[in-house]
Ligand binder design. Structure first.
Ligand code: R5P
Length: 288
């Protein structure tokens, strides 16, 4: 087996190779210093993958990383790999998983159909809706990243794990069981991409240390609203942990309302303090 890392997932790919004890193949990204004048991309594998089971790791966010993924798949196949497994740590475009209004494209399906084209199997993590897996025609599996978040939270004195909305309840439950804390959830109403409203709810957080857990942080508005609710009700500490930290515009500044903010390395960010390499390594060892 050999592991190839796209530029959206370099650290995770290298960690994965280390955890699995296999060779990591680096990629050249410029044919000439400075790259192509028109901004088009270039990839060249720096070692042979002929006859190998290749694992290609690349998050599909932001958009140029999708093109890079397609080029890398082509390079791996062109180099006569025996098989190609895609690891997509964060499946960008996964949130539009169905047609909500007439005339819309189903982004998750469009992406799935294209990125799988040269792959034998696909692993993804923390899908917004696991039903997105049905859009892949090759075997596809969702890897659970919450054990990695639990590893980080364990031993930090967390009394309660809070889901900021009903959608992340499954994550809060799982993490709370893993670290021996209780759990609860808030109800969120999304007004638009930048505005959320939390329902008033009495939480048993007075004098407690709370960890808010979500699959994804984008603008940070969801977590900020939840953290404010928790603080107003007397929590002594509040931290936020997510799988995919997109942290758009001033999200990290807004999130200073929390005592600590962490994400995994599915999307590189200044607070990607948790690696999910172990979770992907385990999944790769299991037949699917
Ligand atoms: C939504 O259902 C997700 O689980 C996240 O809560 C949401 O995408 C976070 O977005 P933002 O950080 O922009 O509030």
């Amino acid at each position: 087996m050999k592991i190839v890392g796209g530029s959206a997932s370099l650290n995770l790919a290298q960690n994965l190779a280390r955890v699995m004890g296999v060779d990591y193949v680096s990629v050249q990204h410029e044919k000439h210093p400075g790259g192509f004048p028109d901004g088009e991309q270039y990839v060249r594998l720096q070692a042979s993958v002929a006859g190998e089971d290749v694992v290609l790791v690349q998050t599909t966010h932001p958009d140029p990383k999708i093109v890079e993924l397609l080029l890398l798949e082509d390079a791996v196949r062109e180099a006569d790999a025996k098989s190609l497994t895609l690891v997509i740590p964060y499946f960008g475009y996964g949130r539009q998983d169905k047609r909500f209004e007439e005339g819309e494209g189903i982004s998750a399906r469009a992406l799935a159909k294209h990125v799988q084209a040269k792959a034998d199997k696909v692993l993804v993590m923390g899908l917004h809706n696991p039903s997105v897996l049905m859009y892949f025609d090759v075997p596809a599996k969702e890897v659970d990243g919450m054990p990695a978040i639990a590893r980080y939270l364990r031993g930090r004195g967390i009394d309660l794990v809070l889901s900021p909305d009903k959608g992340a309840v499954r994550h809060a439950k799982e993490v709370s069981e893993a670290i021996g804390a209780s759990w609860d959830y808030l109800e969120k109403e999304r007004i638009d991409s930048f505005t959320v409203r939390m329902s008033l709810k009495n939480l048993k957080v007075s004098g407690k240390k709370v960890a808010i857990v979500d699959d994804l942080i984008s603008t940070g508005r969801t977590i900020v609203s939840a953290a404010n609710a928790v603080k107003q009700q007397g929590a002594t500490g509040v931290m936020a942990a997510c799988l995919h930290g997109l942290f758009t515009s001033d999200a990290l500044a807004q999130l200073k309302v929390c005592d600590d903010v962490v994400s995994t390395d599915t999307v590189p960010s200044p607070v990607s303090k948790i690696t999910v390499a172990e979770e992907f390594a385990e999944a790769l060892k299991t037949e699917f």
